[in-house]
Design a protein around this ligand. Structure first.
Ligand SMILES: NC(=O)C1=CN([C@@H]2O[C@H](COP(=O)(O)OP(=O)(O)OC[C@H]3O[C@@H](n4cnc5c(N)ncnc54)[C@H](OP(=O)(O)O)[C@@H]3O)[C@@H](O)[C@H]2O)C=CC1
Ligand SMILES: CCCCCC/C=C/C(=O)O
Length: 507
């Protein structure tokens, strides 16, 4: 392998070192030679440095992706061959799953138990699922008799790649939210320029190594690490970029939509959330509470689907609150490299401060703090790490803690009196990403699921994902769906080719 990045095996050592940009199939320093640090939120110390890409590097990456898109070598590669490469990527991911998982844990404090059993597994699944789709492209044909001559003719509508895709990805699921864009884009024959979050570049470097090892042709996948505030505009306004796939904050997403309008790019947006998770009094309370806990505290609450508003039927309110507090106090907070840890540190100090500021706002608004509310100091870490206690407020839906995305382990419990009120409160938000319903009455569950304005509704579960299930939001949570065959629509465009009339063809 010619890559500059190398693999390490020691647990606290970065699985990738000497991280460079990966452009046109080669590893290189940024044009400026600048580097940036990535910090372990558990130890607050530098894990390693990565190349700090600038505008020139983005230009170079776009040029490489454009050349490969225009020569169509990748797009026209026989589908089984492209599929084979993607399956090989999946095999490599599986073989090095521990490295991939550890990148996430060191970069953003994701507990290794989840990084290994969810992120690394779904990562391989994504390349398998979309690899299979690569060999089965959609398209259709029809017979029509249009005016003016009404002669029967056939039209075939073929799906073509969009071209160059800019994937801009966040810190909370660095690998998965990259692969939900890269895998379908590749399968459909596009080329990619990937800009991962500055806080979490390691797994993208590891993924580039996997592409190189698998033999994905130069220019198909290009990686530029660097600050979005400095290089984002070049990426989202460039005339050679055809599509932007973004996951991140609603604010940055809105800016990208506006800036990309000038060149009329295709855009998909997976933005924030403030999801309502409804517990009816007839629910199986043990599992409802477990689902509520997993709904808000999984991934430290740094997940766009977090069930951060827990709507509880008033007659069960105190029972649910007591069970939530008992379950929250039993969660293991600690070093995310420890297999027993459920709650790791916030991804960076900024995230911790954001959580603290919302806890303050909750208190000031008069919300009733039932559990947590402070930084946490797990044993054995010498007071280091950006940890926060799981926090439970009893509040109302108009409070900032119930209306704004906190992206942390902070739950706002809100009582309701009947089904209609639960639906009204649940939909009283600018967001619409996910939702959940806990009840033993399936008719009620279906009524409510259909009434909720959200892209996903889990009944008697929460925060479950599968690569075959479309995922995305409504309202200000965004548009476009990732995962499932539907995702391929984001990365293809339809061309209709009219064949000569059937009579003409027959003569
Ligand atoms: N899935 C979700 O719903 C997510 C929601 N969020 C929400 O956003 C909050 C802030 O998180 P943060 O990471 O700052 O989110 P951002 O939206 O700032 O970051 C997401 C991605 O966009 C990039 N970016 C930043 N500015 C620009 C720009 N002007 N043009 C193009 N790309 C840009 C970032 O790069 P860089 O890292 O270099 O700044 C990163 O790769 C969180 O607390 C959470 O509330 C965040 C992430 C995911
Ligand atoms: C294979 C599906 C991955 C889903 C990852 C869920 C996280 C979403 C987000 O926080 O944006």
């Amino acid at each position: 392998m010619q890559n500059a990045a190398t693999c390490a095996t020691d647990t606290r050592t970065s699985p990738v070192e000497d991280c460079q940009l990966y452009i046109d199939g080669t590893w290189r320093e940024s044009a400026s030679g600048d580097r940036m640090e990535t910090v372990d939120p558990t130890t607050e110390s530098v894990v390693t440095t990565v190349a700090k890409g600038g505008k020139d590097d983005v230009e170079a990456a776009i040029a490489a992706a454009r050349r490969r898109a225009d020569d169509a070598e990748w797009a026209r590669m026989p589908a089984p061959e492209r599929q084979g490469l993607m399956m090989t990527v999946a095999d490599i991911v599986e073989r090095h799953a521990d490295d991939f998982a550890r990148c996430e844990t060191l970069d953003m404090g994701k507990p290794i138990q989840f990084a290994r059993s969810i992120d690394a597994v779904l990562l391989a699944d994504l390349f398998r699922f979309f690899g299979a789709a690569a060999a089965d492209p959609d398209g259709d044909a029809r017979t029509v008799s249009p005016p003016p001559d009404h002669a029967a003719r056939q039209v075939m509508s073929v799906r073509e790649p969009v071209g160059v895709v800019a994937a801009i990805t966040p810190f909370n699921f660095p690998l998965l939210l990259s692969a939900t864009k890269i895998a379908p884009a590749m399968a459909a024959g596009n080329t990619i320029v990937h800009k991962p979050a500055s806080a979490t570049p390691l797994s993208a470097v590891r993924l580039a190594m996997a592409f190189e090892e698998a033999g994905v042709p130069a220019g198909v996948y290009n990686l530029v690490t660097g600050p979005g505030s400095e290089i984002g505009d070049t990426l989202v306004t460039h005339s050679d970029v055809d599509k932007i796939a973004f996951t991140g904050s609603t604010g940055v997403g809105k800016g990208i939509i506006a800036k990309s309008a000038d060149t009329v790019k295709k855009v998909t947006m997976e933005l924030g959330g403030k999801s309502a998770h409804i517990i009816f009094a007839d629910a199986d309370m043990n599992s409802a509470v477990q689902n509520a806990i997993f709904g808000i505290f999984y991934n430290k609450g740094e997940i766009c689907t977090a069930g951060s508003r827990l709507l509880v039927e008033r007659s069960a309110l105190e029972e649910v609150l007591a069970a939530l507090v008992a379950a929250a106090s039993a969660l293991v907070i600690g070093d995310p490299l420890d297999a027993a840890t459920f709650l790791g540190p916030m991804a960076d100090e900024g995230q911790l401060k954001k959580v603290e500021s919302y806890v303050r706002k909750g208190r000031e608004a008069g919300a009733d703090l039932r559990y947590g509310g402070e930084r946490a100091e797990p044993e054995g870490l010498g007071g280091k790490g950006w940890f926060h206690q799981p926090t439970i407020f009893l509040g109302t839906n108009d409070m900032a803690i119930a209306q704004e995305e906190i992206f942390g382990p902070v739950l706002a419990v809100i009582p309701f009196d009947d089904e209609a009120e639960a639906i009204r409160i649940a939909n009283d938000t600018t967001f619409g990403l996910a939702s959940g319903v806990q009840t033993t009455d399936m008719a009620k569950a279906l009524r409510v699921a259909n009434a909720l304005k959200a892209g996903t509704c889990w009944i008697n579960s929460y925060n479950y994902f599968d690569v075959s299930v479309p995922f995305g939001g409504v309202k200000q949570s965004g548009f476009g769906r990732e995962c499932g065959r539907q995702a391929l629509e984001n990365y293809t465009q339809t061309k209709s080719i009219w064949l000569p009339s059937i009579a003409e063809a027959a003569s």
